[in-house]
Design a protein around this ligand. Structure first.
Ligand SMILES: [Zn+2]
Ligand SMILES: [Zn+2]
Length: 345
């Protein structure tokens, strides 16, 4: 099969012909029809993820068709249209048994712990615990657009943040996660303040429903958030993963507010300065959010349908697999708003 592959971190990425994957006993092989290009793929290529073994094929935001299933797979067979969360649970550890596959002890993560979906085919382990059937009216492009970003934002805003319609959410960073969080919060009926340092991304956030936008390069973010929310927001998300956005997010909370950390904190951002005296005095909650379990997708599909969220609107660019070697290394510098999906393999 054809795949985008690299042999060293931060090294060249090439399109090469590699062996077709075989399913494990409990796994399937999926023909990839669409795959999102995500900043986490860039982090992986940079060498920030200790799970990656070289040479490596990235890609974790996939949708496609089941081609073959392993001997012990019960629920899936050839021809089914599926997607899969980027954190796959083993299905049998204590976390999986409690319904929290997103923090499984033996995670399968395509594009990280194994080769991913920047290829014609991808092998997915623990199929019965993780595969999700696509609704008939959802195409592969939209399903890949859910990626890690929309599902992580959904879990962050609804499960972790418990945002309600009478509350205000601040979103720090308007990339894929941030834009998803904005749409989800508007679906709930809450007010949204979106913050980014790019006017273009602020404009796109407004387009997707943000009530207010703040350009962080031109304003005192914490002061502006407090003014716009009457003293601080109920829930705040760092969707970027930066010491400054993390701190701004916490400082913009009202008493008993919740900070949701979704953006990955790596290298120089790995130990952000958390103002613990404020966390204690104001009873703030600091919560992480790590993907979403496959069994929550049904609820997510219902929510998308009920709120009329337009997944297509977030997908602003489509690519061919051959364009990955140029696009992936440039991702951190990219200023373009919205999500990029590979839809030609
Ligand atoms: Zn598990
Ligand atoms: Zn992702």
């Amino acid at each position: 099969m054809k795949a985008a592959i690299y042999n060293e971190f931060q090294g060249p990425i090439s399109i090469a012909s590699v062996s077709d994957p075989n399913p494990s006993e409990f796994g399937v092989v999926i023909k990839v029809e669409a795959s999102g290009l995500c900043l986490s793929d860039w982090h992986g290529w940079m060498g920030d993820d200790k799970d990656i073994v070289l040479p490596h094929v990235p890609g974790h935001e996939l949708a496609g068709t089941v081609m073959t299933a392993g001997k012990k797979v019960k629920n899936w067979s050839e021809g089914q249209r599926v997607t899969v969360p980027f954190v796959g649970g083993c299905g049998s550890c204590s976390y999986c048994l409690s319904g929290n596959q997103q923090v499984c002890d033996f995670q399968f993560q395509p594009g990280f712990t194994a080769w991913g979906s920047f290829a014609e085919y991808v092998a997915i382990d623990y199929a019965d615990a993780n595969l999700v059937a696509l609704p008939d009216d959802m195409n592969f492009l939209e399903a890949a657009g859910l990626g890690c970003r929309f599902i992580t934002a959904y879990r962050g805003v609804r499960e972790q943040g418990k945002l309600t319609s009478d509350q205000t959410l601040a979103v720090h960073g308007c990339g894929g996660v941030g834009l998803s969080a904005i749409q989800i919060a508007k679906g709930i009926g809450a007010k949204v303040i979106a913050i980014d340092i790019s006017d273009e991304k602020c404009d796109f956030a407004k387009d997707l429903g943000a009530d207010y936008t703040i350009n962080g390069s031109k304003n005192d973010v914490v002061q502006a958030v407090k003014e716009l929310s009457g003293g601080g927001v109920h829930v705040s998300m760092d969707a970027l993963g930066h010491t400054i956005t993390c701190l701004n997010s916490i400082l913009g909370l009202r008493k008993r507010g919740k900070h949701i950390q979704v953006g990955l904190m790596t290298s120089s951002h790995a130990t952000p300065p958390i103002p613990m005296p404020l966390v204690v005095a104001n009873e703030l909650e600091i919560l992480g959010s790590h993907g979403m379990q496959s069994h929550k997708y049904g609820e997510l599909f219902d929510f998308i349908k009920a709120t009329g969220i337009n997944l297509k609107k977030m997908i602003t660019e489509t690519l061919a697999l051959e364009e990955v070697p140029i696009h992936l290394p440039e991702m951190y510098r990219s200023n373009s708003a919205g999500i990029t999906v590979i839809n030609s393999f």
